[in-house]
Design a protein around this ligand. Structure first.
Ligand code: FAD
Length: 467
């Protein structure tokens, strides 16, 4: 079993045509409403009719100031915030949802992959440090799954030796994230949509949030873009690479959790299992994961299809007790922007396992959909250089998680949640060093960063490196 190739699922059929018409009607509702207004005889200005952009004049109050603001509370952002705070920075973590964990919780993708290679050579645990502390907290909370569907060698997770992947309880993951940030003194702001960066020329000086409290600015010495999609960097004007337009582009999937899976079914039931509950990969959808209309279509199609899928499972002999316990808060978006950084990790760098002097993390996860196949590295992970966390053109900003600067093939590997957490560890330390030393991220002394990471037990494979 591998992470599912997301391209295989058909989304056609008679009933879907009806759904598409319904969705089309929904997304064109705003236009229809405008038409209705003019039907009443109201004369519309050019801006009201949508021919010209609507001009806003906004004066946004600055609500607070921090050394480091982490934009996005997914696996990478949570670890980045903990690392920044531990490294001495007054740190705020901002998240749109009312809980932390990103695609691991909101997306219900409950298996952290890539703590080491999935196949030999897999002796080296390539993700350690704060991500390993996070897993220890999950273990303490009893939040580890009984079974998952990824074949791997056995390692003692409870004893701190992490296997290739860790299946987990998403509710425990939310609590483990909160416990970690509270212990480290990270300030938290939930329910806050980050609308964009505060800018002084090409320097990011904070973020703008929209919430029930209104529109507010939060200033910072350094912002970490942990939105997954690189929202802050893109809006600041950083150049970026889009997803592969064809072939390898990774589609979206709606994850779901079945309850009432009978004990007579042995093993993982093709998912991540805790007792009678199994998280599984649901319907897939293609297209742009940054386009609200496409995302709306994806949610409607996939949710309707998923309901039918579960009704079919319930009809199988012995499966009457099964029910749809939960679907993901939002469809899981695998691939959007990769921000262009000072270095782009290439496909060949990853396959050959090139060593960089500015290594700050290692990704040993396989590339799950490499020209249609799961590609396993013959080495114990490729290195991520610090330069791939520093966006071109933009100052005051550090990248983390799945939007870092790399080609599509290494992206497939490093986007997995264990390497994303290791990258978060590095971005948090880098941001704290930058803020404390008033040094732009681009000019940061990488040796100091590596020293700090090693003092926090990160794995950089330094001992194996020729000096
Ligand atoms: C269907 C699917 C299956 C996958 N399977 C696996 C797997 O088996 N194992 C594995 O390890 N990985 C898997 N992945 C990959 C993995 O889940 C992601 O790549 C990973 O979560 C990336 O971490 P991140 O912290 O960079 O981003 P995310 O997890 O996406 O976190 C980003 C956070 O930022 C928040 N955010 C985003 N934009 C804004 C904004 N504008 N304002 C405020 N908050 C914002 C989001 O709400 C979210 O909490 C899968 C992904 C998908 C979609």
């Amino acid at each position: 079993m591998s992470e599912r190739n997301s391209n295989g699922r058909a989304i056609s059929g008679q009933s879907n045509i009806g759904r598409r018409e319904f969705i089309g009607a929904a997304v064109s509702g705003a236009v229809a409403a405008t038409g209705a207004l003019s039907g009443l005889g109201t004369k519309l200005s050019a801006a009201q009719s949508g021919r010209e952009p609507y001009r806003e004049e906004i004066h946004t109050p600055i609500a607070a100031r921090y050394d480091v603001v982490v934009a996005g509370g997914g696996p990478s952002g949570v670890i980045a915030a903990v690392a920044a705070a531990r490294s001495g920075a007054d740190t705020l973590l901002v998240e749109r949802y009312p809980f932390l964990g990103g695609n691991g919780t909101a997306g219900l993708m409950t298996c952290y992959n890539g703590f080491r290679n999935q196949r030999p050579p897999e002796a080296l645990q390539t993700v350690k440090g704060i991500p390993a502390e996070y897993i220890a907290e999950l273990v303490r909370l009893g939040g580890i799954a009984d079974e998952d569907s990824y074949p791997k060698a056995k390692h003692d997770a409870a004893g701190g030796e992490l296997p290739y992947c860790i299946g987990f309880d998403p509710e425990a993951a939310k609590v483990a994230s909160l416990n970690l940030i509270r212990k480290e003194g990270v300030k938290l702001r939930l329910h806050s949509w980050i609308a964009g960066p505060m800018l002084d020329g090409c320097r990011v000086t904070g973020i703008i949030v929209e919430s029930k409290s209104g529109r507010q600015a939060i200033s910072a010495d350094i912002v970490i873009d942990a939105t997954g999609d690189g929202d802050i960097a893109a809006r600041a004007g950083a150049p970026f690479m889009g997803p592969a337009q064809q072939g390898d582009r990774m589609d979206m999937s709606l994850m779901y959790r079945l309850g009432g899976v009978p004990a007579s079914i042995k093993g993982s039931y093709d998912g991540i299992r805790i007792g009678d509950r199994v998280v599984r990969w649901g319907p897939g959808f293609g297209g742009d994961g940054l386009d609200a209309e496409n995302l709306t279509r994806a949610e409607v199609e996939c949710r309707l299809e998923l309901w039918e899928e579960v009704q079919q499972i319930k009809k199988e002999p012995g499966m009457e007790s099964v029910y749809l316990m939960q679907s993901a808060t939002g469809i899981g978006v695998r691939e959007t922007r990769r921000i262009l950084g000072e270095y782009v990790v290439t496909e060949q760098d990853a396959i050959k396992g090139i060593h960089y002097p500015d290594v700050i993390a290692i990704s040993s996860n396989p590339m799950p959909d490499y020209h249609g196949k799961r590609f396993f590295f013959e080495h114990e992970g490729f290195e991520i250089p610090y330069r791939s966390l520093v966006p071109k053109k933009i100052e005051g900003l550090v990248l983390t998680g799945r939007c870092i600067s790399c080609e599509q093939a290494p992206f497939q590997s490093a986007r997995s949640m264990a390497p994303a957490m290791a990258i978060g560890h590095a971005s948090g330390c880098a941001a704290a060093l930058s803020a404390k030393g008033q040094t732009p991220p681009r000019k940061l002394d990488v040796k100091s960063l590596q020293k700090l990471l090693l003092s926090q037990n990160a794995e950089l494979r330094m001992s194996k490196r020729a000096t």
